[in-house]
Design a protein around this ligand. Sequence first.
Ligand code: HEM
Length: 253
Amino acid sequence: MGIKLDASNETKFRLAATSIVTGLFNPSATETMRTQAISSAVYLKDLLLTEIAQRKCKPTPDLLTEFIQAIDSRADCDAMDVVKLVLVLIFSASDTTVYSTLYAIKDLFEHPQQLQLLKSDRSLMQNALKELLRFHTSGSFFPKYATQDTEYLGQKINRGDAVFISIASANKDESMFPNAEILDITRDTNNTLSFGHGVNYCLGTQLALTVMSSIMNKLLNYLPAEAHLITKEIKFETGSRRAIISLPINTYL
Ligand code: HEM
């Protein structure tokens, strides 16, 4: 976006983005998490409005300025539309990719045969990442709203009702993925749902896979054969999401 942050503000910015993901888009969030998420949203909105006002006086060569210029030419849009656009990108892009990459590294190192296979045949990388995303899927619940009255497995769903879809559960459906609990980087990953489906299919799929494969390739090139996870020192976020916050790897025997 071109937003310049010093070290302490960057930490605050990242924590605010994560707090919104865990507090607002999470049906099991506590009241405290929701309150925290709302103040984080206000903090990000104010920060972005300041950045937008500065660029309106003095445009800078960055994505945020391009958004402002695109929206300026439309009578029905204002600065708050730029804020919403940036917030959608921050929440959907950064936290998901960080979360998924850390789990992909952990799961791969916990399956040494699969790790060896990928090390020796990098052409498997895209499929391996899709399989790792299937094996551990982020963002368990996505709210969808029924556009008409319907019934599913005997359960009546009225028009307008919110239905929480579990992509993680669908990705473990045995009828689609035989031996779903087994990580197999050579399996057919065409029907995995980690990036959603239909009209809301993830806009950043290719970017996410490119970023993840770049990180994974560098890691596999860099780490010696004897590198292994220090399992008992892996740290997880508290709460249902269990995002990884520390993933120590030992590089000697
Ligand atoms: C591994 C990383 C990622 C995962 C697992 C992921 C997953 C998803 C999923 C499941 C959806 C569908 C949500 C729904 O149906 O309600 C979605 C939508 C979306 N994603 Fe991603 N995403 C990732 C990375 C990214 C990146 C890097 C970007 C942007 C640069 C991005 C931008 C979006 C946007 C804008 C949408 C909404 C699309 C729409 O509703 O039209 N995502 N993502």
